[in-house]
Structure formats: C-alpha cells, structure tokens
Design a protein around this ligand. Structure first.
Ligand code: ZN
Length: 101
C-alpha cells in the first residue's frame, strides 16, 4: 500500500484498465485524471456535496477529461453551506460510477 503522489502515480496505475475515483478532494482527482489520460485508462469520477452528487466518465481520446470540464477546482465560495454527508447520496453516486465502469 502506498500514498498516491505525482512521483508514483504512473507507476501505481500503469497496470490498471479502469480508474474509479473514490476520493474526496480535487488534488487527488486531478492526479488520477492526469495519470489516466497519459496511460489511456478510462476514469470514473464521482463527487457529492450537500444534497446532490455528480459522476463523470472519461475515455481518453474520446471524451473531455476532468480538467477540460473543471480546469480549476471548485472554490470554497461555490460550495453549498450544507456539506453534510449523506450515505444514500454517496452510495447512489458510487453505484452510477460502477455501472458506467
Ligand atoms: Zn482534458
């Protein structure tokens, strides 16, 4: 087991075909995205804040990547005040990511 860093991301991910994001921050999502694009691996991203969630499937060379859609991480001002965790919301987003994968 190792922490994912810019120095080891390509080495850790080069043997996988699919990358399913379960992270809680854009720094790591961008790291996964950059590695997936370089490696040609499909990426399945999910995020949930407040009462809603989003999912994104990225197929390198065929779709926009995470950075194309979100060139900058959402700022604190764009985040809803209500940041409570919702297990049902999180599970729904995860299920959609897995269905896409
Ligand atoms: Zn892109």
């Amino acid at each position: 087991m190792a922490d994912l860093t810019p120095a080891n991301a390509l080495d850790l991910l080069e043997t996988v075909d699919l990358i399913v994001d379960g992270t809680d921050n854009f720094e790591t999502r961008y790291l996964l995205n950059d590695a997936a694009v370089k490696l040609g691996s499909r990426g399945f991203y999910g995020a949930a804040v407040g009462s809603y969630g989003l999912k994104l499937t990225v197929v390198p060379g065929r779709t926009a990547c995470l950075k194309c859609i979100y060139p900058e991480p959402p700022g604190v001002r764009s985040r809803p005040a209500n940041r409570r965790r919702s297990r049902a919301r999180d599970h729904a987003i995860a299920a959609l990511q897995v269905a896409d994968a």
